[in-house]
Design a protein around this ligand. Structure first.
Ligand code: NAD
Ligand code: DAU
Length: 330
């Protein structure tokens, strides 16, 4: 079986590559990745030298690069501009990569007549879950540029099933955490700052709720949907680990032995979704349950960043220009 993984050098992608190599040893994996600030060959570690892994550096928006689907039975489409704050700062790149890029990949997959196309969407497509928990049939009410481009891509992927019989599967995972997450996201960014005794910029009151899914649990769910899911369907992947940001931040500080005086409440993210929450009945019927307990999993993730300081520093530096503009005067 030959798998094409777009975005395989990013956070979830590099974890998924490792997971596939370990659990489907016959797999031949081709990665298509633009190696933006968020992606790096270093994320692949030993997997980069594995004879079963081929890396193509290219942009999914480029129709020629999208032809990386040739000879592949399976496409797992992860490549995206994944950061909400960057999409708020300027939406163009998110529109291009997340929507147009998905269109290019769907077209190329259709041409290659792949057997499965897994589109990785997000829980953000539903919008803020104020007093509710969404199931897969709820309307997509995305509210920020990132989630709006993901909602468009999610529906475009579904349209390729309805219209062209492309066997599309859609996953909508909750907030992932774990090794190799780029340090623009809450957990690795705050570890980076706390280790330098710098203030942690908490948006607003920090009481926004996220559902924290360990990336290993997520990789298991992704492979299950790929292999056992019903084409044309969407699958929520919740963790049932909903926590206010302040709880995550306090745990992180505790693990690092740093004081809560580092917490600094700053101007809120515009249009900040106060809560994400999903029901998981459909994927649970396939036999999946999240296994990592929140506190232990989060402490382990925090420790991983603290133990991999070279990786954390060099990753952070690639995003320095954006951080200066975004956090200045916040
Ligand atoms: P990431 O930002 O860590 O990695 C994205 C990868 O895509 C990088 O390797 C980057 O180089 C590559 N990429 C970006 N633009 C590209 C382009 N035009 N062509 C080719 N490659 C390109 O993202 P992630 O957190 O690993 O997310 C992976 C997927 O999962 C995304 O589709 C995201 O929307 C979705 N998702 C993420 C989370 C989360 O919590 N991280 C949760 C739900 C869904
Ligand atoms: O829910 C799934 C989504 O989770 C994915 O689709 C996105 O790709 C991923 O980036 C993530 O989006 P969030 O916006 O939830 O993640 P982020 O790490 O940016 O923020 C998590 C919470 O922490 C959110 O409520 C905003 C808050 N936050 C974040 C940053 C970076 C702060 O308070 N301060 C910060 O500096």
């Amino acid at each position: 079986m030959r798998y094409l993984i777009t975005g395989g050098c990013g956070f979830i992608g590099c974890n998924l590559v490792r997971f596939l190599l370990a659990n489907r040893p016959q797999a031949q994996i081709r990665i298509l990745d633009k190696l933006t600030y968020a992606g790096s060959l270093a994320n692949l570690g030993e997997a980069a030298g594995d004879a079963r892994v081929e890396v193509i550096e290219g942009d999914i928006c480029d129709p020629d690069a999208a032809q990386a689907t040739r000879d592949c039975e399976v496409v797992m489409h992860l490549a995206a501009e994944s950061h909400v704050d960057r999409s708020i700062f300027g939406a163009e790149q998110a529109v291009r990569t997340n929507f147009e890029g998905t269109f290019r990949m769907l077209e190329a997959a259709r041409e290659a007549q792949v057997q499965r196309f897994l589109h990785m969407s997000t829980d953000e497509v539903y919008g803020a879950a104020e007093g509710v928990s969404f199931d897969e049939n709820d309307p997509l009410m995305a509210r920020n540029p990132y989630s709006a481009t993901k909602a468009g891509a999610d529906r475009l992927a579904r349209a390729y099933w309805v219209t062209y019989d492309l066997p599309v599967l859609i996953t909508r995972p909750a907030n992932n955490y774990g090794p190799y997450q780029y340090p623009e996201k809450l957990v690795p960014l705050f570890v980076y700052k706390a280790l330098r005794d710098e203030p942690l910029p908490v948006y607003g009151d920090g009481m926004q709720v996220r559902d924290w899914l360990h990336v290993e649990d997520h990789c298991r769910a992704t492979l299950l949907v790929l292999e056992k899911g019903e084409p044309g369907e969407a699958y929520n992947i919740p963790a049932h680990n909903e926590r206010p940001n302040m709880a995550t931040i306090r745990l992180l500080l505790d693990e690092l032995g740093k004081p809560e005086s580092l917490i600094s409440h700053v101007e809120d993210r515009p249009g900040h979704d106060v809560r994400y929450s999903m029901k998981g009945d459909r994927i649970m019927k396939l036999g999946w349950r999240p296994e990592l307990e929140w506190e232990a999993g989060m402490r382990r993730a925090v420790r991983w960043f603290a133990d991999n300081l070279d990786w954390l520093d060099s990753s952070y530096q690639r995003g320095q220009e954006f951080f200066e503009k975004w956090y200045q005067n916040r």
